[in-house]
Design a protein around this ligand. Structure first.
Ligand code: HEM
Length: 404
């Protein structure tokens, strides 16, 4: 690796080319697998870098997601995601279990499969429009992002025409240094006002969507507080579109950078499942994973200890590149059977609620593109692609493509 890892280095680290995991993850994994880093807020936390440590931190409920006490660590200074007591991601059992039960039936493998025809129809329509246009086309804006936005809007029962506003608000939430604390607070207040109005309107004009089920869980069954209801709607809108769209965009780029594997996939659609799992292993944008605090003295498999009250950041991206789990982790290989082990969707109680849906979306999005645009190519040199900076997620700004 050459360079020594710095124990108190400033996080986030610069990604490698094409949004790859920072070199620091590999350096620290071999020399200081569980040592402090300094977050943009100025707080110091331990950074876990081995697969086993990261999986344990996500699974062990002795790590709390309740970061709402004086002096609790923050990724960013000012009000941020962990301040919200009503968000699923910020809860511990038993509240977390109660809330998760209310929504999880909408995201089972069977329900996700039930969405496949609609996702396919939508992908076909978007691709018809792409093909009818003239290249170059930004595939991120015309295909990868609209697909999951449309599906989460349909699933919840939220007007799709409002999606440019969700995207703008998400961009602000997901930034680390480009948006100020005031800008984040303003975006949060606007989004809250929007969802409050949406819920009020749906109470007057009920439908049969997940939004109605959630309203019913509050109004008729008293299982969900008003704050939890509004926060759940916002959480699902953000979580439901941003990551999936960027994984599709990054996945398409990775396939284009590996033309032999793309050709193989085109010839043999049976490889799609493995290709999607490998894309999930390598293309989660950003580090993946929120801060957790130890509620008692704990030790982790790498041999490191975490004293009570100590915060740990356990990025799933670092786990997915641990050579102890994935031979030659920097090599993209659609034949690798990574599904049962990669941590792209996290692990344990906060395991991604939308994982089944995201997998169907990815299979349809990538499979349809590969089938319908055999001459797909980048319209710019790969080195010329623009990537987001200062964001919690590391994604393409655009993906200009052309085809024959
Ligand atoms: C490829 C796409 C996606 C990836 C890589 C992804 C990744 C993740 C990860 C890593 C976590 C756990 C974070 C942690 O515990 O620190 C998570 C949680 C979550 N995800 Fe996803 N996600 C994706 C798509 C979706 C979709 C489509 C939805 C909703 C429709 C969704 C909803 C959620 C929710 C609600 C949580 C919080 C669960 C909880 O706290 O119990 N995600 N996701």
């Amino acid at each position: 690796m050459g360079k020594e890892a710095e124990p108190h280095a400033e996080f986030p680290f610069a990604p490698r080319a094409y949004g790859g995991p920072p070199d620091e993850y590999a350096q620290r994994r071999s020399s200081c697998p569980l040592e402090p880093i300094v977050l943009p807020s100025g707080d110091e936390v331990l950074l876990a870098t081995t697969y086993e440590d990261i999986r344990d931190v996500h699974a062990d409920t002795r790590f709390t997601r309740n970061l709402r006490y004086p002096g609790a660590p923050r990724l960013l200074a000012g009000r941020d995601i962990p301040d919200d007591p009503h968000a699923l991601v910020n809860m511990d059992p038993p509240e977390h279990t109660r809330l998760r039960r209310i929504v999880q039936s909408a995201f089972t493998p069977r329900r996700a499969e039930g969405w496949r025809p609609r996702i396919q129809e939508l992908a076909d329509g978007l691709l018809d429009a792409v093909i009818a246009g003239s290249p170059p086309v930004d595939l991120l804006d015309s295909y990868a992002l609209p697909l999951p936005i449309h599906i989460i809007c349909r699933l919840l029962g939220v007007p799709e025409e409002d999606s440019p506003r969700f995207r703008a608000w998400s961009d602000v939430f997901l930034s680390t240094s480009t948006a100020t604390a005031d800008e984040r607070a303003r975006a949060g207040a606007e989004f809250a006002a929007y969802t409050d109005a949406l819920i009020a309107d749906r109470r007057r004009n009920p439908g049969a969507d997940l939004l109605d089920e959630l309203i019913n869980a509050h109004d008729a069954e008293d299982r969900l507080s008003e704050g939890e209801l509004a926060r759940m709607v916002r959480g699902l809108i953000i979580a439901g579109h941003e990551t999936t769209g960027h994984v599709v965009g990054r996945g398409v780029l990775t396939l284009l950078r590996h033309p032999d594997q793309l050709a193989e996939l085109r010839q043999n659609p049976q490889l799609l499942h493995g290709a999607v799992e490998e894309i999930l292993r390598t293309e989660v944008p950003g580090h993946g994973g929120l801060l957790r605090v130890a509620t008692e003295d704990l030790s982790l498999p790498s041999g490191g200890t975490v004293p009570k009250g100590q915060a740990v950041l356990a990025p799933v991206v670092a786990a997915n590149y641990d050579p102890q789990q994935f031979a030659a982790p920097d090599e993209f290989d659609i034949h690798r059977s990574a599904e049962s082990r990669h941590l792209a969707f996290g692990h344990g109680p906060h395991f991604c609620l939308g994982a089944n849906l995201a997998r169907v979306e990815l299979e349809v999005a990538i499979g349809s593109l590969v089938e319908r645009l055999p001459g797909l190519a980048l319209a710019v040199a790969p080195e010329g692609l623009k990537w987001t900076t200062g964001s919690r997620i590391c994604s393409l700004v655009e993906l200009p493509v052309t085809w024959e």
